[in-house]
Design a protein around this ligand. Structure first.
Ligand SMILES: Nc1ncnc2c1ncn2[C@@H]1O[C@H](COP(=O)(O)OP(=O)(O)OP(=O)(O)O)[C@@H](O)[C@H]1O
Ligand SMILES: [Mg+2]
Length: 261
């Protein structure tokens, strides 16, 4: 098969045959990230290659300093690799100019952070709207979409509340709705349940699970085994390299995943 965007059976993923036709949404190839610090080099990533497939749900684990956030930041185009290649949406990120890069980031990626990163002066619905304000031209029906997303994450009754008037779990729900507002294909989450109690963490995971079933690709950093167990695959990093990749459950055949709205 010649189509480069299709996954070939090249032994990199070890996936069962039903999933071989899944599109690769993000591919990192022999990526390194070297920080120069006080006259010596810190190899935060040291030759990482991995494919993320359409509809994938990946947990990235590893001890503190193993390179998890560095990898997620590269995937989110918040940073560039020192060497190696990053292909997003079929395009080499290195060859994109800044404008293309920010357009692809805005359209293709959604971000969720451990500390929610909400704007304290804005209400629930206004926070969800924030990424829309960067869209040129503005998307029609934006406010209506934000109201639907607030309802989707269970905050339809809290639209006018400010972040300080919400629980941690509710604030993370706002952040998830905000991440979804541009209908991204890929959701990147750095310890999304890191500040939440166990019951609330699993509610947030239920939401991510539902988004994954609706076709989104999710890449999530976590320290917690029970949270990682909810992902489809677990990648463990060690000293900037992939230590192990394990599969909790197979990827559903592509035909079973509904198209994005
Ligand atoms: N901006 C930077 N400048 C210099 N070194 C950095 C920088 N960012 C990260 N590092 C180093 O790169 C390595 C990987 O850092 P990274 O933040 O990716 O780790 P992590 O796995 O996310 O850890 P944690 O679980 O503590 O969040 C660490 O040794 C860190 O000190
Ligand atoms: Mg980190």
């Amino acid at each position: 098969m010649s189509d480069d965007r299709r996954l070939r059976d090249d032994g990199r993923t070890g996936l069962p045959s039903a999933t071989r036709e899944r599109r690769v949404v993000a591919r990192v190839e022999k990526v390194t990230k070297v920080y120069r610090l006080g006259g010596h080099d810190v190899r935060a990533l040291d030759g990482v290659s991995i494919d993320f497939l359409e509809g994938d749900f990946v947990a990235i684990m590893g001890s503190s300093g193993s390179g998890k956030s560095t990898l997620l930041n590269l995937l989110g185009c918040l940073d560039r690799p020192t060497t190696g290649r990053y292909v997003l949406a079929g395009e080499d990120v290195a060859s994109m100019d800044d404008e293309t890069l920010s357009r692809i980031r805005g359209r293709y990626l959604g971000f969720i952070f451990q500390s929610y990163n909400l704007i304290q002066q804005l209400s629930v619905v206004e926070n969800i709207e924030v990424p829309l304000s960067y869209q040129r031209p503005p998307l029609p029906g934006g406010r209506e979409r934000c109201l639907k997303l607030a309802a989707l994450v269970g905050l339809g009754g809290r639209l006018g509340h400010r972040p300080t008037e919400l629980s941690g779990g509710q604030q993370q729900r706002v952040a998830i709705a905000r991440a979804l507002v541009n209908n991204p294909q890929v959701i990147l989450a750095d310890e999304p349940t890191g500040n939440l109690d166990s019951a609330t963490s699993h509610e947030i995971m239920d939401l991510l699970d539902a988004l994954n079933h609706a076709g989104r690709t999710i890449v999530m950093v976590t320290h917690e085994d029970d949270i990682a167990a909810r992902a489809r695959r677990v990648i463990r990093l060690r000293d900037g390299r992939i230590d192990t990749v394990s599969e909790n459950r197979p990827l559903a055949p592509a035909a079973e995943v509904p198209a994005l709205p």
